[in-house]
Design a protein around this ligand. Structure first.
Ligand SMILES: NC(=O)c1ccc[n+]([C@@H]2O[C@H](COP(=O)([O-])OP(=O)(O)OC[C@H]3O[C@@H](n4cnc5c(N)ncnc54)[C@H](OP(=O)(O)O)[C@@H]3O)[C@@H](O)[C@H]2O)c1
Length: 293
């Protein structure tokens, strides 16, 4: 039985992966931004998997102080950690006022990358003590190619602009998902000698996860139209791939790789650029007030 910690376990793929992993006999800690949401998610897992070993931990990736507090509680309560699944993500709608994190970073970069960077650093002693262990980072194949005008164009990341909410929100999401891959490869390089490996993955396009918080036409679009498209993946299939990468794929096949729909594929060329990986690493350390080692 593995001990798995899933960030963003209140809905979507995080919740369904918690259900699938407990069904397979593993113990799951899921994170939530409030006690009500945490208790509801634990209830939703137990309703599907009677006898599931599952509990919740607080984590709000929108604030670095909240991440420090969440990590401190995880370190107090989690005795062993075999798998850290960095799944939570923000995808903000164009025009929404709340586009920066509490620390002034573009919301998607701050939540999807920087908060997870800090959380992972705080949990490293626990992961190393639990080795062999793994960190699985959820990215997106949208970092390889956008849609519409950016179709076929890989995402870029401009570290000088991560404190601005400039440009198109989907492009900022793509940048944050490139940051997830750059981070994964730099992390794996550092952790491999300690028996902890890091890999990243994309579930494919899963419109069903958008249904819970969409309204009106968008609900119909996600739940009916897009769900039926040949390029869409079902939540059940994507959840199975997530669970496989978390607990079944051997560590040496996971380390430094990008998985789409459960199979290793090449990530974007820029994601393999060690200079970019190291630049992101160094700036992230500094933004989080950390030093390496
Ligand atoms: N669905 C797809 O088609 C697709 C495709 C490619 C990649 N992905 C990736 O797969 C992962 C899961 O996606 P999903 O579709 O399941 O997403 P989702 O349904 O929107 O769920 C997102 C999760 O992240 C949590 N979260 C959001 N902001 C947070 C914050 N500031 N602090 C802590 N937790 C926060 C949410 O918690 P609350 O309930 O508190 O908001 C929720 O549990 C993401 O990394 C996403 O980028 C998804």
């Amino acid at each position: 039985m593995k001990q798995v910690l899933i960030t963003g376990g209140t809905r979507g793929l995080g919740l369904s992966t918690a259900q699938e992993l407990t069904r397979r006999g593993h113990a799951v800690w899921l994170t939530a931004r409030s006690a009500d949401a945490g208790r509801a998610a634990v209830g939703a897992v137990k309703a599907q998997v009677p006898g599931a070993i599952v509990d919740w931990l607080p984590l709000d990736l929108d604030s670095l102080d909240a991440v420090r507090a969440g990590a401190a509680e995880a370190l107090r309560r989690v005795p062993r950690l075999d798998v850290l699944l960095l799944n939570a993500a923000a995808l903000w709608a164009e025009g929404q006022a709340d586009v920066l994190t509490k620390d002034g970073f573009e919301k998607q970069f701050g939540v999807n990358h920087l908060g997870h960077f800090l959380y992972t650093h705080a949990l490293l002693p626990l992961l190393k003590k639990s080795a062999p262990a793994r960190v699985v980072v959820v990215s997106s194949q949208l970092h390889l190619s956008g849609r519409g005008a950016t179709k076929g164009i890989p995402a870029t990341l401009d570290l000088a602009r991560v404190r601005e909410a400039a440009g198109d929100h989907t492009e900022r999401y793509r940048s944050s998902k490139l940051a997830n891959v750059l981070f994964t490869y730099a992390l794996d390089r550092r952790l491999a000698p300690s028996g902890v490996r890091a890999g990243c993955m994309c579930p494919g396009f899963v419109p069903e996860t958008g249904v819970s918080h969409a309204r009106g036409f968008k609900k119909f679009l996600f739940g009916t139209v897009l769900k039926a498209m040949p390029f869409a993946t079902t939540l059940k299939t994507a959840t199975g791939h997530f669970a496989d990468v978390c607990v079944d794929v051997p560590l040496d096949e996971l380390g430094g790789k990008f998985f789409v729909a459960g199979k290793p594929v090449r990530s974007s060329e820029v994601s393999y650029d060690e200079a970019q990986q190291e630049a992101l690493w160094a700036r992230s350390l500094s933004w989080c007030g950390l030093t390496d080692g």
